[in-house]
Design a protein around this ligand. Structure first.
Ligand code: SF4
Ligand code: SF4
Length: 337
């Protein structure tokens, strides 16, 4: 099937780019397929998923399903998320069955229903539904829940994922910039769009600038000065805690502000570096950043979107809510300001 591909570059330039984050650790393939379908209807530029072959297959299936339903839709890019070292996006809850009393206290805390439906009478845990948000941890008084982190991703796996349909990549950096450089230099697979996630509550202001500098240097070293890429400024990862207080800024907006000032000062001629908000982001965050004169190029919405959609049964309703999340971003963009 020949699909029309997202005008992601135009939307980045017009400061109205939208990415849906389904979950860097999520292996719930039905959810990946469903959300990819719903957000293709909504007009997302990118669907960001875990770097597993079946995740890519499921996202592709969801996108194609949407286009069968409406042939005017465009195809979002499928972005795979990979990690360098430990990263909160790449962890999952492990249940200690020895200490779990099956008290059910954790059940309502999980936005992904990993412990079953809200009115479940019997306890169960499906680790494939866990995306590592940590909401369940404080609910357990029996020390039965803990995190396991994944190891770094192997760059050799990327070719297979590209062949299956992945056409964008996001690399989550931590403070080990040398490990990032080694990974990036060894990465032979080329993607239409590269994104680099920094922040995640693991970097202070000067570390953010050091990371941004290293990203810009490494991309230039590998691709020359014109390669389009995104620096994603992560605020409160997987919190779903969008700010309802209009006076309160997301940490992501503060990080983006310092990165944008740094780029304007040190790379004033460069038009290929784009900055995006993530972590605690909702449909109003872009307008909020612009109100502070933080000229970001778009947003990534993750846990907030998942929470809103999880409550809905019908696809029609989910598409309506997804559109209500993407459209305000389009209207906040440069064309209408
Ligand atoms: S709160 Fe803890 S002990 Fe209770 S069901 Fe959940 S994991 Fe088990
Ligand atoms: S609440 Fe978050 S961390 Fe806990 S099981 Fe659910 S998705 Fe995983």
């Amino acid at each position: 099937m020949q699909l029309k591909q997202s005008p992601f570059l135009t939307n980045l330039q017009a400061q109205r780019f939208h990415k849906l984050i389904i979950g860097a650790a999520l292996k719930d393939y039905k959810t990946i397929e469903d959300y990819a379908c719903v957000f293709t209807h909504a007009g997302a530029d990118v669907i960001d998923i875990s770097a597993f072959p079946h995740s890519v297959i499921s996202a592709k299936k969801g996108i194609e399903q949407a286009v069968i339903q409406d042939s005017n839709l465009i195809e979002p890019l499928i972005m795979i998320s990979v990690n360098i070292g430990e990263d909160p996006h790449f962890r999952r809850i492990v249940l200690n069955e020895e200490t779990c009393t099956e008290c059910l206290a954790c059940v309502p805390s999980c936005p992904s229903l990993a412990f079953g439906s809200l009115n479940a009478k019997d306890f169960s845990y499906n680790e494939n539904l866990c995306f590592g948000c940590s909401a369940c941890l404080p609910t357990c008084n029996f020390d039965a829940l803990s995190f396991t982190n994944w190891n770094s991703f192997e760059p050799q796996s990327l070719n297979e994922l590209k062949e299956l349909g992945a056409n964008a990549i996001e690399i989550h950096l931590n403070n080990d910039l040398q490990a990032f450089a080694e990974f990036y230099r060894s990465m032979e697979t080329e993607f239409a769009l590269e994104s680099f996630c920094i922040g995640s509550g693991q970097m202070n202001a000067s570390q953010l600038i050091l990371a941004a500098t290293r990203i810009i240097e490494e991309v230039e070293r590998k691709h020359g000065p014109d390669k389009v890429f995104i620096i994603q400024c992560d605020g409160s990862p997987m919190s779903g805690a969008h700010d309802t207080n209009p006076e309160k800024d997301s940490p992501s907006i503060h990080s983006a502000q310092s990165i944008l000032e740094f780029i304007a000062k040190n790379y004033p001629e460069r038009k290929n570096i784009f900055v995006q908000l993530a972590g605690g982001i909702d449909e109003h965050s872009l307008a909020k950043a612009f109100a502070r004169n933080v000229q970001v190029n778009g947003v990534a919405i993750g846990s907030y979107a998942r929470k809103k959609l999880a409550e809905l049964d019908s696809e029609e309703e989910r598409i309506k809510i997804a559109k209500a999340m993407v459209q305000p971003l389009r209207e906040s963009g440069r064309q209408t300001r």
